[in-house]
Design a protein around this ligand. Structure first.
Ligand SMILES: C[S@@+](CC[C@H](N)C(=O)[O-])C[C@H]1O[C@@H](n2cnc3c(N)ncnc32)[C@H](O)[C@@H]1O
Length: 197
């Protein structure tokens, strides 16, 4: 229901009517390699399906920031994550450096995203990927999901090119077909091979 309401307000930005399934989120997050993570940021947290899995798989002492631009979804996320040690931020991924600075952080170990990349303009994709790379620790990773039906769109192809421009290593994962829409994970590293489990 929250996604329907958020979509009625802003369909392009919300880009979905349903959350990522737990099985898909577990496969995606499980491939990141979070065992020694200290600081993780999730962009486009929505109502928290990936957030919950991140929190479960992260070490207890690791900080998790979950950024969501829709006020409806941020409110639901805050309720869902109450007491779980998630810093829920109602804000935009484009404010990432400021959001980190406000919390005394200049870099993070992992950025995880389910943002609707192909709905962004070329300049927005380029700027945001550059910002993400800049806030990552040199040994950090950026992981994102992309809807399978968008791979071959102009914007999807551009996103693939920009990922390879901004990151030394880009490791596409297997498409998770049971999710609607099916989603492909990408795990990227600014300097070298991203860790594998
Ligand atoms: C495809 S949904 C994914 C939601 C949730 N993480 C999931 O996997 O079910 C994309 C989410 O990104 C959010 N979003 C879009 N643009 C954003 C931005 N600039 N900053 C933060 N969140 C954004 C949308 O409001 C929406 O909740």
């Amino acid at each position: 229901m929250s996604y329907l309401l958020a979509s009625l307000r802003n369909p392009v930005r919300t880009a979905t009517l349903a959350s990522t399934t737990t099985a898909c989120a577990e496969q995606f997050v499980g491939d990141i390699g979070l065992s020694s993570a200290k600081r993780v940021v999730e962009l486009g947290a929505g109502s928290g399906s990936v957030t919950s899995v991140l929190r479960r798989q992260l070490p207890t002492e690791a900080e998790l920031l979950a950024v969501e631009v829709s006020p409806i979804l941020a409110k639901q996320l805050r309720r869902r994550c109450a007491g779980l040690g998630v810093d829920v931020i109602h804000g935009s991924a484009f404010q990432l450096p400021e959001l980190l600075a406000e919390r005394g952080m200049d870099n993070v170990d992992h950025v995880v995203s389910t943002l609707p990349w192909t709905m962004l303009s070329a300049q927005q994709q380029r700027d945001l990927l550059g910002t993400i790379r800049d806030v990552l620790d040199p040994t950090g990773t950026f992981s994102t999901l992309l809807a399978a039906h968008r791979f071959d769109s102009k914007s999807g192809r551009l996103f693939g090119r920009l990922l390879r421009e901004q990151f030394d290593e880009v490791r596409p994962g297997r498409v998770f077909w049971p999710n609607l829409p099916p989603l492909r994970p990408y795990h990227c590293s600014p300097y070298g091979d991203p860790p594998r489990n």
